[in-house]
Design a binder for this molecule. Structure first.
Ligand code: SF4
Length: 294
């Protein structure tokens, strides 16, 4: 599985990024969870609004006394379906996630020797993604979020539903591309010089576009309407490049730059949660996990 391939001839992602920055302003400084906590949050967030996922995450932290046990998710790993399921009220597919969360944590513990993903720090992005995506319930969105948005800070692009929707509209990926395939296609377009902070910022900006405009069908007022609104899908890639080269500078939206990080409300607990990274000997790089991802 290859996520990191050479850049495109025209650096359209970097150019698009500059326009998005001009419209939405720079995202607020990011608050980072340890990788296991970030993985839990990403699993909760699948097809769920951020606020709802955060509420449930905070509920799990409290119920399983994660902060009291210095960031350890051991009690969730050992919990039964009947204990977890009622705690997931408010997110999509609670029954599925009530099975997946404990099982994913159990698999991490049995494969790595502890409930800690810190050993992935020294791994390549491709190997770390492959390892994570063999864990039950972990797909490309969760694996990329775990690597990029946690304290691991790896250079990989996260693509959630809002981001995927905007990427399809703009012709960055084919109209029929699934979310899973889109993660891989978009990661192949990353400019060589981008670092983890750039991929993270780009994800948030594309998420802004998808949420504020595409999801609400606000095509008329969208700053990118010239590219995709009403245009045949196969023409969008070329239109986007032409527009990025030729269009006048974009104007900032009112309130641009005044955003909070998704997990800012948890800021006070972050230091405690992040103590969970215990020192366990890392498994050999590329060591296989047992269960298939879903
Ligand atoms: S024109 Fe419409 S579909 Fe295209 S990016 Fe804007 S809101 Fe999304």
């Amino acid at each position: 599985m290859q996520y990191t391939l050479p850049l495109m001839p025209f650096d359209r992602m970097a150019s698009l990024h500059r326009r998005l920055l001009a419209v939405f302003g720079p995202p607020a400084e990011f608050v980072r969870l340890d990788p296991v906590s970030q993985m839990v949050l990403a699993m909760l967030s699948a097809r769920t609004r951020s606020e709802a996922a955060l509420n449930v995450f905070a509920r799990l932290v409290e119920h399983f006394e994660v902060a009291k046990f210095r960031g350890s998710w051991t009690r969730l790993a050992e919990a039964s379906f009947h204990e977890v399921d009622p705690l997931l009220e408010g997110i999509t597919h609670p029954e599925r996630k009530a099975v997946a969360l404990p099982r994913a944590l159990q698999e991490i513990a049995s494969l790595s020797g502890g409930l800690d993903l810190g050993f992935l720090h020294g791994w390549s992005v491709d190997d770390a993604l492959s390892w994570l995506e063999r864990i039950y319930g972990v797909g490309p969105k969760t694996s990329t979020a775990t690597l990029n948005m946690s304290t691991l800070r790896k250079r990989v692009l996260v693509v959630d539903t809002a981001h995927w929707r905007a990427a399809r509209c703009l012709g960055l990926v084919p109209e029929q591309a699934s979310p899973e395939r889109s993660v891989r296609l978009l990661n192949r377009q990353l400019p060589d010089r981008w670092e983890a902070s750039d991929t993270e910022e780009h994800h948030i900006l594309m998420q802004d576009l998808g949420r504020a405009f595409c999801a609400r069908n606000r095509n008329a007022s969208c700053p990118f309407a010239n590219v995709c609104a009403g245009k045949a899908a196969h023409r969008r890639t070329r239109l986007l490049e032409e527009w990025l080269r030729d269009a006048p500078p974009a104007e900032a939206l009112p309130g641009a730059g005044a955003k909070m990080s998704q997990i800012s409300p948890l800021k006070e607990n972050i230091a405690i949660l992040n103590q969970g990274a215990a020192s366990v000997p890392p498994p050999a790089q590329g060591a296989p996990a047992s269960a298939a991802s879903c």
